[in-house]
Design a binder for this molecule. Structure first.
Ligand SMILES: [Zn+2]
Length: 323
């Protein structure tokens, strides 16, 4: 036994030494193994409740009933929409009857046209012009609604809500009230987190109002973000508190005539440093919030310098910009 342990320890030391000498190649291999694991999870199908499933962690939900399937986004994953379609057929043997588009952003709705042979595509009415104008690689919605819509299929009730302009002017949320599942695409991250990398294509006050509405919705046990692990309604409150503080601190700084460079130095949001994505997204959050507030407020008149005002077009945002 003693000999075996000694040999094992020696083997371990040699392995560690070898590993450090081969650091570049080994680190790359280790990273790619991790990446591969994450990529596999992006196509993992997990059941959340009796009829509701999730396809991957960068995705949304689908609802399986005896009369067919309702897919909410869920196609922009490594194996792709065609694989997803075939997998749904193999597992459940009923056709996709409805495809619901959470909003017009292509990273959520890509290739949804693969279901058009059996499914009607549903979206908020304001999503349609964006999808057409931008030439999105997606199904073109056929069923449009304004405030709310209800779909009943195979005895399952699915409610679609539009709470106004927030992240995009056409973001909707999908609720399966009898099973306590709510989608919250692009407005929240699991736990205590910053929900969005930046506020491009966002109405800041509308987004804060949506977070309030979602946090107060009844019959919600599971919240499914458009990105990352599932969570619960407490995450809406965390993000809302952060957003209000960020907005108000930047407004106060603008009222003191601070430049964006001064704001980046002084509005550090240290009291939110335990939020997920704080290190990664703070800079892009500050710059894009400043850009938003710059557009919605009128500074006091400075008649001497008013023609020297700088409009912030072209200021680098930083961050990964994906939402
Ligand atoms: Zn988005």
């Amino acid at each position: 036994m003693k000999t075996i342990l000694t040999i094992s320890a020696l083997t371990l030391l040699l392995s560690l030494g070898f590993f450090s000498l081969m650091n570049t190649a080994s680190a790359q291999e280790a990273r790619s193994a991790e990446d591969m694991d994450a990529i596999v999870k992006l196509d993992e199908i997990v059941q959340l409740s009796e009829h509701v499933y999730r396809h991957g962690q960068e995705s949304n939900v689908f609802i399986v009933t005896s009369e067919g399937i309702i897919v909410v986004d869920g196609t922009c994953t490594p194996k792709g929409a065609q694989w997803f379609k075939e997998e749904l057929d193999r597992r459940f043997g009923v056709p996709v009857k409805y495809v619901i588009l959470s909003h017009d952003h292509e990273s959520h709705i890509c290739d949804t046209q693969v279901f058009s042979d059996t499914a009607m595509t549903v979206a908020h009415e304001k999503a349609l012009p964006h999808i057409v104008r931008e030439g999105r690689n997606s199904a073109v919605p056929q069923l449009l609604f304004d405030e709310t819509m209800e779909i009943r299929l195979g005895g399952v009730r699915v409610v679609l809500y539009y709470f106004g302009s927030s992240h995009s002017d056409n973001l909707i949320q999908v609720h399966i009230p009898d099973e306590g599942v709510l989608t919250a695409t692009d407005v929240v991250r699991a736990g205590k987190g910053i929900g969005l990398p930046d506020y491009r294509d966002s109405n800041v006050d509308g987004l804060i109002d949506v977070l309030t509405s979602l946090s107060q919705l009844e019959n919600v046990d599971i919240v499914v973000p458009g990105h990352g692990p599932i969570t619960d309604q407490s995450s809406f409150g965390y993000y809302r508190t952060y957003m209000i503080a960020l907005r108000d601190r930047i407004l106060d700084a603008l009222a003191k005539d601070m430049t964006i460079e001064e704001i980046l130095e002084t509005v550090t949001m240290d009291d939110f440093s335990d939020y997920g994505n704080y290190d990664q997204w703070l800079r892009s959050n500050i710059i894009s919030m400043w850009d938003n507030m710059y557009r919605v407020r009128e500074p006091n008149a400075d008649t001497k310098n008013m023609y020297d005002a700088q409009y912030p077009i072209g200021f680098p945002l930083g961050g990964d910009g994906q939402h």
